[in-house]
Design a protein around this ligand. Structure first.
Ligand code: G4P
Length: 547
């Protein structure tokens, strides 16, 4: 099992005889995406429905049911249960209409932004899910900004149309004004006496009229599809619904943006869909359009230029590491996004950071927490490989000539706390736990020199990360931990002549610490101290993240 380093074997040999037609077919049918939303917009419900339509589950409701079972059986999930939050990202893979979908699930809580942001790097497109009463909310906005920075194509789904919400036109105007993205209404809600009964697909010029299933959306919603030009439509819809739709269409055609695929792909125009994840109305038309319009895996930037997915040799990068997914087995899984070539179980690739060959055995794909062993995978796929501590977030695997994929964001921690083992006898477990969890990206660790030796300091982007660390140290490493919050925050990495770095780092209102690689980082006790240093200390360079 695992990625044992076996230097005697030549690297990258398994990928040379890839069938090019098969490779391009597999690429073109893949869609790797994430859902961005504010808590409560309906992400869990939508995920469930996508799986229902993909045939991955037979009765919607089982995702939640399974989640409840896991709560009861797994220590690791206790935190999720206690806090009512989701702290892990998982990857769901399923098929629909001949497409292979990789849905990267992102944790919902805002304190987990680091992990969420990194997950977005592995996605080729995003579904922005909005509540029809609330429109764009805080968390949606934050995640949208990350997508915008990366020019990720965004498909908007306005959810909960089964209950009365904001006027659809007003919602679209708000999205445009708030996020600075143009909208194209790709579907439009059809109301009969203010009840949501269907959607009009503007691209296909078809009206979908849904039938209530009577089982609260546990099965697919049956629909009747009528062309907008069909004289029978008035009868099928009813006169008042028809009149209202015609007025809306006229308005949209006259005042709205036109569909331009290039602009969707470069992230400046978002197709907007309407539906109800609860009743399934509008979900299938959305899914079909999304699959047709969303881009397949594309090239990825590297230090050697863009790497195209069609390149025959396997390459990929690690965007997430998760330790102890199964507490019984003390394992560590590195999640790898495949960028190019054909991946085969047991193949050997170069681990670019160390330059050593690495055998990727026992690759797995994930259906929530269920794992399935796989034999092969293609660009766009996300696979989990067992890791013994060799891999880090951002590592490039495969390729030659010191290939390094770029663009995995790093974040400066905003909160710091001294970490000490609650039980001094558990020092060893504590050190191991702290190291593994920080390598995994759960938080960042720094060290301060004290008269009693080296003192670990944990830096986090959000406060909740401390609770998660404390919980995991106790349950996974049997090393309960005490965190003592510090006033010093505002970290800056310093570079310059060693004597200058030392002088600046130890000045008044500052604290000198080291990051895990031994770089000097200075923490400031307030923003005023930081500003003063930036203005006056010109002999050194200040960096917001590790240089
Ligand atoms: P999240 O993962 O984004 O946080 O949202 P989730 O799917 O858990 O949905 C949040 C709430 O919104 C749930 O209600 C869910 O049933 C409801 N919801 C989701 N989609 C729709 C929809 O299309 N229409 C309507 N009317 N409601 C929807 P809850 O009362 O919090 O939970 P539950 O008891 O219904 O499970």
């Amino acid at each position: 099992m695992t990625d044992a380093v076996t230097p005697e074997l030549p690297p990258d040999q398994a990928s040379s005889d890839v069938d090019e037609t098969r490779l391009s077919r597999e690429i073109s049918r893949r869609r790797t995406f994430a859902i961005i939303s504010h808590p409560d917009a309906g992400k869990t419900t939508l995920t469930e429905k996508l799986l229902l339509y993909g045939g991955a589950i037979h009765l919607a409701g089982s995702v939640k049911a399974r989640r409840a079972t896991r709560h009861a059986t797994s220590d690791w999930m206790k935190l999720e249960q206690e806090r009512g939050i989701s702290v892990t990202s998982s990857v769901l893979q399923f098929e629909f209409m001949g497409y292979q979908l990789n849905l990267l699930d992102t944790p919902g809580h805002e304190d987990f932004s680091e992990d969420t942001y990194r997950t977005l790097v592995a996605a080729d497109s995003a579904i922005m899910l909005l509540d029809n009463r609330r429109g764009v909310e805080e968390r949606t906005r934050q995640l949208f900004d990350v997508c915008k920075m990366r020019r990720t194509p965004i498909f908007t789904l306005v959810n909960k149309c089964d209950r009365h919400g904001e006027d659809p036109l007003k919602l679209i105007q708000d999205v445009e004004a708030d996020l600075g993205i143009d909208c194209y209404a790709a579907t439009w809600p059809v109301f009969e006496n203010d009840v949501f009964v269907g959607v009009y697909d503007r691209l296909k010029r078809e009206v979908h009229l849904f039938e209530r299933s009577g089982d609260r959306g546990a099965t697919r919603a049956d629909d009747t599809i009528v062309s907008i030009d069909d004289p029978q439509l008035i009868e099928a819809m009813g006169e008042s619904a028809f009149d209202r739709l015609m007025t809306d269409i006229e308005l949209l055609d006259a005042a709205g943006h036109t569909y331009e695929h290039d602009r969707v792909i470069d992230g400046s125009l978002t197709p907007v869909f309407f539906g109800s994840a609860l009743t399934n109305f509008g979900i299938e038309p959305f899914l079909r359009e999304f699959l047709e319009l969303a881009p397949p895996p594309g090239p990825r930037e590297s230090n050697l230029g863009p790497v195209a997915p069609e390149r025959s040799d396997f390459t990929g990068f690690v965007f997430k590491i998760q330790a102890n997914m199964d507490p019984k087995h003390r394992d560590r899984v590195a999640f790898l996004r495949i960028v190019s070539g054909h991946f085969e179980a047991g193949m050997q690739v170069v681990h670019q950071r160390t330059g050593k060959p690495m055998r990727l055995a026992s690759p797995q794909q994930f259906m929530a927490r269920d794992r399935v062993a796989i034999e092969d995978a293609w660009p766009g796929d996300v696979i989990g490989v067992m890791d013994r501590g060799n891999l880090r977030i951002g590592d490039t695997l495969g390729g030659d000539g010191k290939l390094e994929f770029q663009g995995i964001p790093r974040f400066a921690p905003e909160h710091f706390a001294r970490a000490t083992p609650a039980d001094p006898m558990k020092r060893k477990q504590f050190d191991i736990g702290l190291r593994q969890l920080t390598e995994e990206g759960a938080a960042q660790v720094f060290f301060a020199e004290t008269s009693a030796g080296s003192q670990p300091i944990v830096g986090a982007v959000g406060q909740l990360q401390f609770d998660v660390m404390a919980f995991r140290l106790e349950y996974e490493y049997s090393a309960p931990c005490k965190f003592e919050k510090m006033n010093h925050r505002w970290p800056r990495w310093l570079t310059g002549k060693p004597a200058d770095v030392e002088r600046v780092a130890t000045g008044l209102g500052r604290m000198k610490v080291y990051d895990h690689k031994g770089h000097v980082v200075v923490l400031f006790q307030d923003q005023w101290a930081l500003r003063r240093a930036l203005q006056h200390e010109t002999s050194v360079q200040f960096h917001e993240t590790a240089p």
